[in-house]
Design a protein around this ligand. Structure first.
Ligand code: ADP
Length: 162
């Protein structure tokens, strides 16, 4: 049985992430979408909120679970019996960034492989940053997130404007 993890900040989980998660779930027996609790980014949603939004978006996929994680991704993967890390690639910048992480990970945990899935052309420009920028300006984000996440974004930005 091959367990894979799909780590990220997922602040929040969008259709680009969803595409990668669903495709990876078709390749491995079990996929854990692992939500990093303390990324070096300013977060809009708490860890619990990010988990809930990803869970809702993937609730129909049997072999996917969503959990939080902390610390080094490879160490967490080792401790939880995962042999594969899944990452999405949008462009050459992602590839260059990911290849450096890959080399460091390989040094620390050579038995763990990272599997890169090229993003769907539909979402190649999509990032959580762009998504939050548009939502903060009351733009329509329904092409990029589930209605549940759209509502959460609207609510969070409305709270911030109060
Ligand atoms: P990070 O993990 O760098 O904090 P994210 O949480 O946004 O960033 O992304 C998690 C994973 O999803 C990464 O592998 C990232 O490359 C991938 N990803 C981000 N946006 C997209 C997209 N539009 N399409 C496919 N994959 C994406």
């Amino acid at each position: 049985m091959t367990r894979a993890i799909y780590p990220g900040s997922f602040d929040p989980f969008h259709f680009g992430h969803m595409d990668i998660a669903r495709r990876a779930a078709g390749l491995f027996d079990e996929l854990l979408v692992t939500v990093f609790d303390a990324p070096a980014k300013r977060l809009l949603f708490s860890t619990e909120e990010r988990i809930e939004l990803a869970r809702e978006a993937l609730k129909d996929v049997q072999n996917i679970s969503i959990v939080s994680y902390s610390g080094l991704t490879v160490k967490w993967a080792q401790r939880h019996g995962a042999r594969v890390i899944v990452r999405g690639i949008r462009n050459v910048d992602d590839l260059s960034f990911e290849s450096r992480i890959d080399m460091a990970n390989r040094q620390m945990a050579p038995q763990i492989e990272t599997c890169y899935l090229l993003c769907s052309p539909k979402y190649v420009y999509l990032s959580s940053t762009i998504l939050k920028e548009v939502a903060s300006l009351d733009g329509d984000v329904s092409y990029w997130v589930t209605p549940h996440t759209e509502q959460a974004l609207q609510q969070r930005f409305a709270e911030r404007k109060r």
